[in-house]
Write a protein that binds this ligand. Sequence first.
Ligand SMILES: N=CN[C@@H](CCC(=O)O)C(=O)O
Ligand SMILES: [Zn+2]
Length: 413
Amino acid sequence: MLITNIKGLVGLHPKDKLVLRGEEMNNLPVLENAWLLIEDDFIKDFGTMNDIPSQISSLPTQISAEGKFVFPSWCDSHTHIVFAASREEEFAMKIQGKTYEEIAAAGGGILNSASKMQIATEDQLYRSASIRLKQMILQGTGAVEIKSGYGLTVESEIKMLRVIKKLKANFPIPIKATFLAAHAFPSEYKNNQQAYIDLIIKEMLPQITAEKLADYIDVFCEKGFFSVEQTDQILKAGAKYNLKPKIHANQLSISGAVEIGIKNNAISVDHLEETNEETVFALKNSSTIATLLPSCSFYLGISFADAKSLIAANVAVALATDYNPGSTPSGNMNFVVSLGCIKLKMLPEQAINSATLNGAAAMEISGTYGSIANGKKANLFITKPMPSIAYLPYSFGETQIETIILNGKIYNG
Ligand SMILES: N=CN[C@@H](CCC(=O)O)C(=O)O
Ligand SMILES: [Zn+2]
C-alpha cells in the first residue's frame, strides 16, 4: 500500500527510540508533503513527495492523503474493558454528590461489577468486550492493555483472563493482559483480608500462570483497598511467576503506592491524580512510566494529575483511557489526548507522544508499535483534512480520524 501527498507524517521517531522522557516528549518529528510505503504488515519506507522514486510512485495501490495527516495508532495501556454490565445507576449517585469511596462503601463500585461478573458467561463477556474493542479501534486505538479484576474469585478471574486471551487471538492488534485480582476485597474477606491475599498468591497465581493468561500483575493500592504492605506482598509473589507490575497508584491519596511500585520494578504506575514532590522525585530516579488517565479525573471530578511537574522532572509520561464501567465509561483516546492538553496542560506534541510511543512503552511493545519507522508494524490512522496537528486535540469531542490501517490493511470494523 502506498499513501501519497500526506500533509504531515507524524511521529517519526527512530526505531530504536523506545521511550521519551521529560523534554524529549516535546519533540514530535513530522515530515511534510510525504509518502509512506507499507509492505505486508510493516512500514517499508517513507520520504517527501518532491523526491519520490519513480518505481514507488508507479505502484498500484495508492491512497492520496491531500490535506491529511498520518499518525501512528494510539496505544492505550490501561483499560478494564471486560465487564458484565454498565453502572449508570452510580452515575446518578455521583451527580447527587456521592464520592467514589462512598459509592464503593455502599456496595457499589468494583464489588457491584464483581457480583454481575459471577453470573456472566465467557461468551457474553467476549461479545460485549468485542463491541467495546471494535469501537476503540475505530477511534484510532491500535494496541491495548486489558485487566481482569472484576472476578475476585478463582473461577471468575480466570474467566475474565480467558476472555482477554480470546480477544488476543481474534483481534488484529496487540493486546496485553494484566492480572488484577487485587482490585478490591470481596465482602466475605472483609474481616480476613490475608485469606484473600493467600487465595491470590496460592491459588490464582499458579493457575493463571500455568495457563499463560497474564502478562502483568496489578494491585489497586489505595486507602480502603490494598495497603502498601499488602501490595508489596502480592507484587513479590507475582515476580516469582515473572509477572511485572503495572499498578493503580495514588488515585485518591498519596499512599506510598508509587514508591512500592518502583521498588518492585513496575513498568508503570498509573493514575497519579495525587502526587507531591517526593512521589515526583521517586519517579525521576526510576525507569517506571507515569501513566496518566485524565478521562477518569474528568468523569469522577477528582484532581487531574500534575503532568507538568512530572515532565519537568524528566519522567516518561503515558496517557491511557482507563475504560471501565465505574470511573471511566469511555475508551476514546482522542478525548484523552484533548484532556491531556486542556486539563493536564500538556502541549499537543507531548500529549500525542504520551498516547503513542510512551503508551507502547508502558506495554513493552515500543520496538514494534507507537511510532512511524521503517520495519515497525503499519498500525496507523489517516485523519480528515486538518490545518495542523494541534487541531486534533483542539477539536475535542469531534473525530478527526478518517481511515484506520492495521497490519497494513484498511480496517472497517
Ligand atoms: N481504581 C480502580 N479501578 C478502576 C475503577 C474500577 C471501577 O470503579 O469499576 C480505575 O482505574 O479507575
Ligand atoms: Zn484502572
